[in-house]
Design a protein around this ligand. Structure first.
Ligand SMILES: Cc1ncc(COP(=O)(O)O)c(C=O)c1O
Length: 462
């Protein structure tokens, strides 16, 4: 009887609970959101439906992964057509979809970023980028930012700057963390630091367009080179162009460019982790590193790249790519025809539906409306982000910016869900609501979400 139900995939909520308790790794259970976890049966564009058919507006996109919309018809169609032709070849043979996709993806990137290596996850992409940086520079040490997130493989767990995401086992050598240039909670930052329609409410002494915060944080980066890196010889700096898991943290304008100059001066390359910020959702550019005025040496991408299909990529210059040619390097599934067909369809949809511009327009409207909540509610400390990558930092005290206690955050989170609105959480203390809807979400969806936020924030206001 049970087997029959499993084959039909029509499990009841209690079945899911039982299987979780007996057959699912505890870490998977820990990753599940909500005190009463949500069981999703199907989804369409920006909407998800639970086992009872209850409808939710998805403003998290499966952790910034459903880029163009759940089950987007064009992407579905591309996958179905490919499934009926050939699933798997590996790079031991040429396959058309991979080549068509590599050419298309490379055409979206500036400068010499023209060489594509497809892999299966963001962690894998960052691992490969790290390898290329070390092999191509001949240096070993790597710098990442505190509060950054780069994955869960041993190396990328090392790059990740959160104790909460680190297992007690050796997972990094030669990785150093620099002070996070967080203009809201950091030591320095003011009211015009951010590349966002909404600034912090901190006062600022900067004048003449020169951001002192950026310089101060770059001095801290320099100190890491001086005190921690052997002979200051560095292989790379990893940087998310906006921190995602860390709670949509934006750096002061100019920081990333200055950091790049410093790292290159000391022999290293810049690796832009665009796993969350890529594919247009930040509005101004397809790749958010462009908003920092840089062209990195290596770019890693995942999540929205496949709209939920497991795939990821590393794009770099031919010169850096060439450095791996001294020994063989291989990946069984990377660049498989199904992923490549999906990836190409995703890029086409972004272009055809002008989703980047759409994110800019609707996201800016959303941010300006959310800013009003900061004035209205004592617990809303900061609103930030760009396009469809938005953070709302919940605080206990606006003066000290101390995080709102987790239990209180979870009360709000649960209520938003019960009202039919799914958002994410991030930040080291889990007190930042993260809004990263599929890029097809509309102004009408935002107008549906805003009164829910108001109602729930009001209920929990102190
Ligand atoms: C910025 C960033 N880099 C890398 C990763 C790792 O990606 P994956 O979970 O696909 O390994 C994540 C995942 O959340 C991420 O947010």
């Amino acid at each position: 009887m049970r087997l029959g139900r499993i084959l039909q995939q029509n499990l009841r909520y209690e079945d899911l609970q039982r299987i979780r308790a007996t057959n699912v790794h505890v870490s998977v259970n820990k990753a599940t959101l909500y005190r009463k976890p949500l069981a999703i049966r199907n989804a369409s564009m920006q909407w998800m439906y639970d086992l009872n058919g209850k409808k939710y507006l998805d403003f998290f996109g499966g952790i910034v992964t459903v880029g163009v919309g759940h089950c987007h018809p064009k992407v579905n169609d591309a996958l179905i057509q490919q499934i009926n032709k050939v699933w798997h070849t590996t790079n031991i043979y040429y396959n058309e979809p991979f080549h068509a996709y590599a050419e298309k993806l490379a055409s979206t990137l500036p400068g010499d970023l023209k060489t594509v290596y497809l892999v299966n996850s963001g962690s894998e992409a960052n691992d490969l980028a790290l390898l290329m940086a070390r092999v191509s520079t001949g240096n070993y040490d790597v710098i990442a930012l505190r509060n950054g997130y780069h994955g869960m493989s041993p190396n990328t767990m090392g790059l990740t700057g959160h104790s909460t995401w680190k297992q007690n086992s050796p997972h990094y050598f030669g990785i150093h963390h620099a002070m996070n240039p967080d203009v809201y909670k950091g030591i320095w930052g003011g009211e015009s630091c951010r590349d966002s329609p909404v600034q912090t409410d901190r006062k600022c002494a900067c004048s003449g367009g020169v951001c002192q915060a950026a310089d101060k944080y770059v001095e801290q980066l320099e100190e890491v080179l001086t005190y921690s890196v052997p002979q200051r010889k560095v292989a790379a700096m990893f940087i998310e162009s906006i921190q995602g898991v860390g709670g949509v943290v934006q750096y002061p304008k100019g920081y990333v460019k200055k950091a790049q100059d410093l790292i290159r001066k000391n022999g290293g390359v810049i690796i832009s982790d665009e796993v969350q910020t890529g594919f247009g959702r930040t509005g101004d550019h397809l790749w958010n590193f462009e908003s920092h005025g840089i062209i990195p040496d290596i770019v890693t991408m995942a999540k929205s790249i496949g709209n939920g299909f497991p795939m990821a990529a590393v794009v770099t210059t031919p010169k850096i790519a060439q450095s791996l040619a001294n020994a063989s390097h291989f990946n069984t599934f990377g660049g498989n025809p199904m992923a490549s067909a999906v990836g190409k369809a995703v890029l086409e949809v972004i272009e055809e539906e002008k989703l980047q511009q759409h994110c800019k327009t609707v996201g800016t409207y959303f941010l300006k409306e959310l800013e009003k909540f900061r004035a209205e509610f004592s617990n809303v400390g900061d609103v930030r982000g760009k396009g469809f990558m938005i953070g709302i930092e919940m605080v206990e005290n606006k003066e000290t910016r101390k995080q709102l206690a987790l239990e209180k955050v979870l009360d709000i989170f649960e209520d938003l869900k019960d009202e039919g609105l799914l958002v994410g959480r991030g930040g080291h203390y889990g007190n930042v609501f993260r809004l990263s809807p599929p890029m097809c979400a509309t102004k009408a969806d935002v107008d549906f979400a805003l009164p829910i936020f108001r109602k729930v924030f009001k209920k929990h206001a102190t």
